[in-house]
Design a protein around this ligand. Structure first.
Ligand code: HEM
Length: 229
């Protein structure tokens, strides 16, 4: 069926869900841009400011490339009309973004566990990173296991949770950004609380959206029951 022969409701649906990847890409813009800036900075050689990363660059490079690939490709997995038009894309993209997400999370866990604590971080934040980074890896593995069993509902739930954790980087920029206006540079417990709240907000929103979508059930005959949102 061509685009022009679609009934009006289908046109609306196609146009109507671009806000999903657009919103998710906007959310990931700040951490992705910070990552690109950090890679450019590292390519310029060692400085006092970047010594923490340039002395052992592999984890931060893997982290930035893996996490950014996961967040950018993942944004399109949640767009129902795109998945209906290109069913092969979801699978091919998934085969790239799952390893990218695992690499991004494991390298983040590695830095949290073994790098010196940055000046504005504290032990509470280190534990939060270990907790949410582990949740991201576990979610990806459980999501993969679920789809291999053809358990689509569990697959959707675990992938949405993992993606929500990864997008925590974007929400953290929104939560911590305004704090800069008040306290110059948030650190210690204030920074840890802001980061933790951002991860929780994302997980709650993802849980609500995925349950609401699955609660709608398969819908009308012929309508896909495999949409996420
Ligand atoms: C659970 C998910 C994540 C964990 C546990 C995590 C953990 C970490 C850790 C431990 C660091 C090093 C902090 C430091 O030593 O200053 C770091 C840095 C960084 N992360 Fe993540 N991260 C996560 C998700 C993401 C995502 C999704 C992105 C991008 C889309 C991202 C982008 C960055 C960037 C750009 C840096 C370097 C910051 C700088 O240049 O100072 N992270 N992350």
């Amino acid at each position: 069926m061509t685009t022009t022969s679609l009934p009006p409701a289908a046109h609306t649906r196609r146009r109507g869900d671009w806000w999903i990847p657009a919103g998710l890409l906007a959310l990931t813009f700040v951490p992705a841009a910070a990552g690109a800036a950090r890679l450019v900075d590292l390519s310029g050689g060692r400085t006092v400011e970047n010594a923490r990363f340039s002395d052992l660059p592999l984890p931060i490079i893997v982290h930035i490339l893996g996490a950014t690939t996961f967040c950018v490709l993942g944004a399109f997995q949640f767009m129902p009309s795109f998945r209906r038009r290109r069913p092969g894309w979801h699978r091919v993209s998934g085969r790239v973004l799952v390893p990218a997400g695992i690499a991004g999370a494991l390298s983040g866990l590695w830095m949290a566990a073994f790098s010196d604590l940055p000046v504005y971080d504290n032990v509470a934040l280190m534990w939060l990173r270990l907790l949410f980074g582990s949740l991201m890896v576990a979610g990806l593995v459980l999501g993969l296991v679920a789809i291999r069993r053809r358990d689509i509902a569990s697959h959707q739930r675990w992938m949405a949770r993992s993606y929500a954790v990864a997008q925590g980087a974007g929400t953290q920029a929104l939560v911590l950004g305004p704090m800069v206006l008040v306290v110059d540079q948030p650190g210690g417990n204030l920074k840890a609380a802001g980061m933790g709240v951002a991860w929780l907000i994302n997980l709650l929103v993802a849980e609500w959206l995925v349950r609401r979508s699955q609660g709608r059930g398969p819908g009308r005959p012929g309508q896909s029951s495999r949409r996420v949102w």
